[in-house]
Ligand binder design. Sequence first.
Ligand code: NAP
Length: 248
Amino acid sequence: MPNILLITGSSEGIGAEAARLAALRGYTVCVNYRSNQAGAETVVADIQKAGGQAYVFQADVADEAQVFRLFRQIDEEVGPLSALVNNAGIIESQSRLVDMSAERLTNMFAVNTIGAFLCAREAVKRMSTARGGAGGAIVNVSSMAAKHGSPFEYIDYAATKAALDTMTLGLSKEVGPEGIRVNAVRPGIILTDIHAKAGEPGRPERVRDTIPLKRPGTAPEVANAILWLLSDEASFVNGALLDVTGGR
Ligand code: NAP
């Protein structure tokens, strides 16, 4: 039986590296994207070139109908899901809370929090031994921002990730008895395009000195932590929030 893994938002950055590494570890990988079709197709092509199995699925995780469609397509075209990485995430330009619009806040929570809840719900329906599934593992990609609060930059983003941490703790207790482990990684400053999307591509360099290891992290370093949490090596790890921050 193939080990089928869905990674939301895996057209670039941390999700793309997790997809590549998962395929090397023998997972059949479902690569999801919202708009970066070329990036997602490149990830799938790279995996296939290396002899792995991967499929590409477009869906906006913030849209419930699209999440239903995504999971149905995986059921029909790939097979029973055994692992989920809730990685899709957005950030907005740096701002103080007093200047944040309701539209920005709604969109931020819709993608980063509600999207992860919807995908976790659909995954649990399929994996739970209480519903005829074979068990599985979920990893939420949170952020150290959940602990720091990101003042003057993006308190909204930080709060969406704090909600993911709480979901990780609660859901791990709900579905642990049903054969599903739920954990989170909390990356610190990682070199991806997300900083440019927030309006400051040079942010990792600016804060370099605040990181005890004196450098930003890389997407493969976060991917390693995600794959470990999914693996049997982490078979007794449940409800953990694993900081991947270089000590920051
Ligand atoms: P990234 O390079 O900007 O990649 C984000 C990914 O999410 C893209 O593949 C994007 O796909 C996808 N995505 C965004 N909205 C989506 C939606 N509504 N539905 C489906 N997919 C969606 O960012 P990254 O740095 O790799 O971040 C990955 C995760 O790590 C995020 O949750 C982020 O918050 C978290 N994180 C990152 C850092 C860091 O320093 N980089 C630190 C802590 C936590 P499309 O472009 O196709 O829409």
